[in-house]
Design a protein around this ligand. Structure first.
Ligand code: NAD
Length: 368
């Protein structure tokens, strides 16, 4: 088995380093190869997704990805911006299904901005379509308007579109995932306003005919955004398009305490996948050694489960993370009174220690 390691930019390098250390103590028969991606690749090779990186990603059995981006590249032409690397990998490798489990660990109930009773025991799965929608639709660009409210004015435009097979395949992923959980799917759309999402609703309903044992509910995205903070535990599997999924999964992340806790898997039709934390490169904290590496470590666990057929090793990582949280160690984003604040590397050390049976007992220090 070969894993391509693509740390990227900002905190990407810091958090991926910890996940690689964790994989290293699991005694797995895996080979890893690291390559530049994003801004780091642009600096070295003039392109955020160099051919060599794309070839490595294609050849590997799975990809562990950090994050890309930095505000300093905001003025680059779009094709050269770091974010194009992740969009390019998703498109080139056909990674159409993005799975984002939002799980509120018992130990972090008080780190959520919602009342503990609303999030205690939260376990939802957001499935975001990843290679279609307005993020990839053509045509797009800038032009001089010939109609609309201000003919003759400069305007920008994008195209929202979904084909039937694109909706069908993500609906199948959602219904099949629901069968392994509570058998409930909420499909989120904007069918009341957008033609694309009326079509989405029609196709999801059609696919549902093959999954009569699964309950299907349709919900408008504005209502879903509200329900997610009002009664998040009412959801089980949420399936939605690329843009709505992008926004709702960040919202769901905060229910769990911090975006630094949220892993993700982006899978192709054969379950080859790219695994990355749900957050970005966090330039505001990059280089300070304070980023939470747990979302990346948990993404590595998802990688072992979904792409490398190593469910037992995945469970070991997940148990180690719970043990570390129970021991009271916290990076600043999940810190609360009575727990001990640690940095990125110490958090990685603790997960490694938990896996090797060397984790010390409960460490609670009040002030930090
Ligand atoms: P972000 O997710 O990087 O950061 C949002 C906030 O969350 C920041 O305050 C950050 O400090 C905090 N945060 C994020 N991850 C954290 C972690 N592991 N531990 C502790 N705190 C964490 O989003 P942003 O600031 O909007 O974007 C920054 C850059 O990342 C941009 O260039 C953006 O395009 C890029 N981005 C990349 C990806 C990706 O690589 N898949 C995803 C989203 C954003």
């Amino acid at each position: 088995m070969k894993i391509a390691i693509l740390p990227g930019d900002g905190i990407g390098t810091e958090i991926v380093e910890q996940a690689v250390r964790v994989l290293g103590v699991l005694d797995l028969d895996v080979e890893t190869e690291t390559a530049l991606v994003g801004g780091a690749a642009y600096e070295a090779h003039g392109h955020p997704l160099p051919d060599a990186t794309l070839q490595l990603a294609r050849a590997a059995d799975a990809i562990l990805f950090g994050a890309v981006g930095d505000w300093k590249y905001d003025r680059l032409e779009r094709a050269l911006r770091p974010e194009q690397a992740i969009l390019g990998l998703r498109k080139q490798l056909g990674l159409f299904a993005n799975l984002r489990p939002a799980l509120c660990y018992e130990q972090l109930t008080h780190s959520s901005s919602l009342k503990p009773e609303l999030v205690a025991g939260l376990d939802i799965l957001i499935i975001r379509e990843l290679t279609g929608d307005i993020y990839f639709g053509q045509p797009r660009g800038r032009r001089v308007a010939t109609d609309g409210h201000f003919p003759g004015a400069e305007e920008a435009f994008d195209t929202m579109r979904y084909s039937k097979p694109e909706i069908e395949r993500i609906a199948h992923v959602a219904f099949q995932a629901a069968r392994k959980r509570s058998r409930r799917v909420t499909s989120v759309d904007k069918a009341n306003v957008l033609e694309t999402f009326q079509f989405w609703r029609d196709v999801v309903t059609e696919v549902h005919a093959q999954y009569r044992d699964v309950e299907l509910q349709h919900m408008y995205v504005d209502n879903a955004a509200m329900q997610l903070v009002k009664a998040p535990k009412a959801f089980d599997v949420v399936v939605t398009g690329n843009m709505f999924g992008d926004i709702l999964s960040d919202e769901a992340a905060m229910l769990t305490g911090s975006i630094g806790m949220l892993p993700s898997a982006s899978l192709d039709k054969d379950h080859k996948g790219l695994y990355e934390p749900s957050h970005g490169s966090a330039p505001d904290i990059a280089g300070k050694g304070v980023a939470n590496p747990l979302a990346t470590i948990l993404s590595a666990a998802m990688m072992l489960r979904f792409s490398l057929n190593q469910a037992a090793a995945a469970e070991r990582i997940e148990s180690a993370v719970k043990a570390v949280l129970s021991s009271g160690l916290r990076t600043p984003d999940i810190w609360s009174e009575g727990t001990k604040k640690v940095g990125t590397r110490e958090m990685g050390d603790a997960v490694v220690a938990a896996l090797t049976g060397k984790l010390a007992g409960k460490t609670t220090t009040t002030k930090s």
